[in-house]
Write a protein that binds this ligand. Structure first.
Ligand code: WT7
Length: 655
């Protein structure tokens, strides 16, 4: 028996019975169907799950690979599929969204109301001159309005680009500028953990930085009523621009390949890249994965705790659950306010049946529960739960076991879903009514996804041996290009040595016996901190842009018990190396600097100062040595190419 087989958790009988994919034989059958007729498989599902205005006749067009096209002669509208279609099916009075505000106030929105609000805003956007293909930046809090904003863009064929509310003015400016957006939708403020945080003021600052001349209008949702500056020529209140608009709006029927959204994410080099997603293929996978991975049924209460500023919020809040006519929770706040029992109390109060969150949240709630009995999940009635999910980073087996036992009461399968901003939806994941689970493994590819592990030349490696994670065939919800930079798209995801396979950027290994995948982490200079993706180069650029202080900086990740990885920066100042209190003071200054440049999530946890950085004779920074130092490990690697060995001692001691 392999190590993995000894820890298998078979799917519980009550989940298998009636599951959309029931039993391993059903999973195997779907995989075999895709194997036998790849295009036929996706075409069948695209007809079953998506309502088309003009049905497609072509499935996959690979003539300009890797710029693949799916269902290209079909037309559709995503907001029609998520809203009108459900009302037409008789779900108009069904609750689509249960919104819980930071302060605990609950609002319910039915499908009919959501459709009407979306139409009003869609009409208002049109009245402001927003047209099909225009880019609209959404910088909004977790709110019904945020979902409505995305749906309204989809309704009129505008391409949205949501920017997470934790990003700084500078990051927001860069994204507005790169996207060439014509409008920003924002709020006066957001409320998180009892605190009011500015949004509109950051938009003002971003636009004031210059380079955003394409922006014609800023529409502001009044969330708190806080005081904000208002430029009557440019700014307008959401409630004012929508109040006289009709509650119906003919959807703009767009081609399947029309860009539904851009979402900026970090790469290993350069500025964040605008990942471009399609309409038809994306919607198909959003709906299909919500159905199969979460086994979503009509009476489920689904809760994905992600923010709409990340891809998880796009696919598993704004699009997937609504496309299926589900009922979902949208939560404004944070897991630790008013106390670390918030998630458990909300599951109890709303009778949540499917709960999808990130390992970093689980780990911090484990810590909280261990130090305060009152916020332990066993103090709450979580019996409504039937399926749990995990996303964003590897979940360590200990956290998995705790989640399974204490939140799921030992009866709920955990779907550990591996995917990326670029993949649009789940790629490797258990199906809850089929796949036996192994803690720490994302198990097997979603049916139709040709995930594999190869070496640097694209050849398969045997199970039990680690390698590079690739996807051998294109799939409907894949990234279409990097906005404005098709060359970077090709270079990043389809390097010539990999035989035309999609390069995920992660390492992985398959178990020798079960064939299950375990993700071993990024193989490039991308960090994953609390499930947030960050390029080391971005943080380095932010540090060195503090030209008064910083001469040079190198950033690496180190393992962290709560956040998965933590950011560790090695900095050479333009003044003598500080120590003691002075070092602490400058480190705090630099942390705030990075917070202003990128956003609080990019603030380094550790900053160490040195007279220099470890470099080879040709001047290349030896990051692997910095990684060891950051971890506090003894240096066992070969340091013979190092020009300045004494620096290692200094950096190891500095703190
Ligand atoms: C990177 C993608 C997936 C949406 C949220 C993050 C890591 C993601 C898992 C998982 C191990 C995971 C990978 C991936 N990752 N899910 N279940 N197990 N690693 O999207 O910001 O585009 O980050 O997150 O390293 O490449 P993202």
């Amino acid at each position: 028996m392999s190590d993995q087989e000894s820890k298998l958790y078979p799917p519980p009988a009550q989940i298998v019975a009636g599951a959309h994919v029931s039993g391993m034989a059903a999973y195997d059958k779907l995989c075999a169907e895709a194997e036998a007729d790849y295009e036929g498989f996706w075409a069948r599902l695209a007809r079953e799950l998506v309502t088309w205005k003009q049905p497609f006749t072509k499935v996959l067009n690979a003539s300009n690979a890797p710029f693949y096209k799916w269902f290209e002669d079909g037309t559709l509208n995503v907001s029609y599929n998520c809203l009108d279609r459900n009302v037409e099916r008789g779900l108009g009075d069904k609750v689509a969204i249960i919104f819980e505000a930071d302060n605990g106030q609950v609002t319910r929105v039915t499908y009919r109301e959501l459709l009407e609000r979306t139409c009003r805003l869609a009409n208002a956007l049109k009245a402001q001159g927003v047209k099909k293909g225009d880019r609209v930046v959404i910088y909004m809090p977790m709110s019904v309005e945020g979902v409505v904003a995305m749906q309204a863009c989809a309704r009129i064929g505008a391409t949205h680009s949501v920017v997470f509310g934790g990003f700084s003015a500078q990051s927001l400016r860069d994204r507005i500028q790169d996207a060439g957006a014509v409008m920003v939708l924002t709020a006066d403020e957001q409320v998180r953990g009892g605190k009011q945080l500015p949004l509109k003021a950051i938009v003002d600052e971003a636009l004031g930085l210059g380079g955003c001349e394409t922006i014609r209008k800023v529409i502001v949702y009044r969330r708190t009523g806080g005081n904000v500056a208002f430029d009557p020529a440019r700014d307008a209140w959401l409630h004012e621009v929508t109040q006289n608009q009709p509650a119906t709006c003919e959807p703009e029927w767009v081609e399947a390949e029309h860009p539904l959204f851009l979402l900026y994410t970090s790469g290993s080099t350069g500025k964040p890249k605008g990942v471009q997603h399609s309409t038809g293929g994306y919607l198909l996978h959003a709906a299909l994965t919500t159905k199969w991975t979460f086994d979503l049924k009509d009476n489920d209460i689904f809760w994905c705790t992600a923010d709409i500023g990340w891809v998880t919020g796009h696919t598993y809040i704004t699009y997937g659950p609504l496309a299926l006519g589900g009922t979902e929770i949208v939560f404004e706040g944070v897991p630790t306010f008013p106390d670390a029992g918030r998630f458990w109390r909300m599951i109890q109060d709303h009778k949540v049946t499917i709960f999808y969150t990130a390992p970093t949240a689980i780990r911090s709630l484990i810590k909280a529960a261990e130090s305060n009995e009152a916020v332990h999940p066993k103090r709450y009635d979580l019996s409504s739960l039937r399926i749990l999910g995990s996303v964003g980073e590897p979940i360590n087996p200990a956290a998995w076991e705790w989640y399974h036992a204490n939140v799921g009461g030992g009866r709920c399968p955990i779907v550990d879903t591996f995917w990326q901003t670029e993949t649009g939806g789940h790629m490797i994941t258990p199906l809850p009514g089929a796949t036996p689970l192994v803690p720490g493994s994302c198990t097997l590819p979603f049916p139709g996804i040709q995930a594999a592990i190869v070496d640097e030349t694209g050849n398969d490696v045997p199970n039990g041996q680690g390698g590079i994670l690739v996807v051998k065939k294109p799939w409907p919800s894949m990234i279409r290009t990097i906005w404005g930079d098709p060359e970077r798209f090709k270079k990043s995801y389809y390097p010539p040595e990999l035989k035309g396979y999609y390069l995920a950027g992660d390492g992985a290994i398959r178990d020798a016996r079960t064939g299950y995948f375990t993700i071993t982490g990024r193989i490039d200079d991308v960090l994953n901190v609390s499930g947030h993706r960050m390029g080391t180069m971005e943080i380095e650029s932010a540090l060195v842009s503090c030209t008064e202080l910083v001469a040079e900086a190198a950033v690496v990740g180190r393992p962290d018990d709560t956040t998965g990885e933590a950011i560790c920066a090695f900095v050479v100042l333009k003044r003598p190396r500080p120590t003691g209190e002075e070092a602490k003071k400058i480190a705090a200054e630099l942390r705030n600097w990075v917070g202003k440049e990128i956003g609080p999530i990019a603030k380094p946890k550790d900053i160490r100062f040195g007279d220099n950085l470890p470099k080879t004779r040709s001047g290349k920074i030896m990051r692997r040595l910095l990684r060891s130092i950051a971890k506090g490990e003894a240096i066992t690697q070969d340091t013979s190419t190092l020009e300045n060995p004494a620096i290692l001692e200094q950096l190891s001691q500095a703190n």
